[in-house]
Write a new protein. Sequence first.
Length: 288
Amino acid sequence: MNSPTRAAPGRILQDLTAYARVVGGINEQSFKAASLVLGTITKGGIVKVRDLRTAETTKLFENVYRDVCLALSNDFGLLCEKIKVDYLEAQSAANTQPFCHLLRPGVVGGHIPKDPYLLLWEAENAGAKLGLVTSARKINDKMPEHAVQLTRDALSKHQKPLRRAKIALLGVSYSPNTKEHRGSAVDKLVELFTDKGAMVRVFDPLYTYKELKDLGYPAGRSLMKAVEGTDCMVIVVGHSRFRRLNWRKLKLLMTKSAAIVDMGHVIEPEKAAKAGFVYRGAGRRGVD
């Protein structure tokens, strides 16, 4: 039998019991056996599909759907930065329409980026083209590069080049409030910044300094150490703890050209400006 897992790291037990389980069997007997077992776990019910292939395709469709939705939000966010509209304000207003479900823009990590490529591979073998899926993945793949560009733009307001700039990357997890680094966008960001001659430190409150070093990251021993002497903080992941930071105190630890690039939506532009930062964010109106 095949019953794809519908669960996010950090809330696996909750999701396993709450969500309906899609089940496909090799025959009716295997389906009934699987349904009896899974029925003792989930309260969401059992959704029967024809076979194993259909069950697996269902899971791919779920994740690719989210990837496409994220790409649309990222595309809209890029537009909003250009036309001086705050995406989050427009998103909130648009989502009052019952059939509109825009997401927040930002870097896309975790397992989601892998599934579109798996589906595209299967489509190619079948002689089909998934143009929308291909375009969505290209958009989302470019978001780390966009974070670098936002950083470059923020630093330029103080005539600070990206080369030899000191950057603090905050958030290693691929998703907020989850201790899971696999598929994290930080890997790509470290590579991009380093290739452009910037010096990088990494911090995540969910990981110890040793854990970050063992993962190969240029880690700071604490948030203060990671931020001290840097020119820009790039908030990669919107951990709840980041929302409670003392921004004025952090500003004092940084250089005069201190900037924030908020890809995780943890601080409002006006609040960042009051703390003395040059602000850039995914889909947000910049503040100098």
